[in-house]
Ligand binder design. Structure first.
Ligand code: S3P
Length: 170
């Protein structure tokens, strides 16, 4: 058992959920996904929450979810791409967690999200432009909170999870 949780942060579409699930399996840890928890609790998709209540409300739910995860142990936690905008969220995740920033280029993110309709922040927008703008705005925060920066390059989630496990030494 690791002494800390592993927390995955990074932009939408960089593979946090897929990699996190696999990593948890490889490390024999429990897997949590903040977006998944929110959707289960609200019985709504992220898209519906944004549509019906707006981003501000979603961020309140996101913060509450992070605070509720404060006491979990031996877990991999995947987060939503905007989590780094919430100082309290990051401070609470960091208390008991080793933060890994899964870094991807805007082009790779675009490629992964080209047919995606589940990201309200990209809906009805020029996708590549919005990805570039948001990433530009957020990158410094991902870096600020990261204990480790991991460039996902073109590897598959399976290979990435395997390599990550071998790279995490605490
Ligand atoms: C968001 C990312 C999404 C989800 C919501 C907002 C963001 O999660 O939390 O749509 O602000 O970047 P993923 O990073 O899993 O796509």
């Amino acid at each position: 058992m690791y002494n800390k949780n592993i927390v995955l942060i990074g932009f939408m579409g960089c593979g946090k959920t897929t990699i996190g699930k696999q990593l948890a399996k490889n490390c024999n840890m429990t897997f949590f996904d903040t977006d998944f928890i929110i959707q289960q609790q609200q019985n709504k998709t992220i898209q519906q929450i944004f549509e019906q209540f707006g981003e501000k409300y979603f961020r309140i739910l996101e913060k509450q979810t992070c605070l509720n995860l404060l006491d979990v142990k031996n877990s991999v936690i995947s987060t939503g791409g905007g989590i780094i905008k919430c100082k309290e969220c990051m401070e609470s995740l960091k208390k008991n967690g080793y933060i890994i920033y899964l870094k991807a280029t805007p082009e790779k993110i675009y490629q992964n999200l080209i047919n995606d309709e589940n990201r309200p922040l990209l809906k009805n927008k020029d996708k590549i432009l919005t990805i570039k703008e948001l990433l530009n705005e957020r990158e410094k925060l991902y870096i600020k909170y990261a204990d480790m920066i991991y460039d996902i390059k073109d590897s598959s989630p399976f290979i990435l999870a395997k390599n990550l496990k071998n790279n995490i030494y605490r």
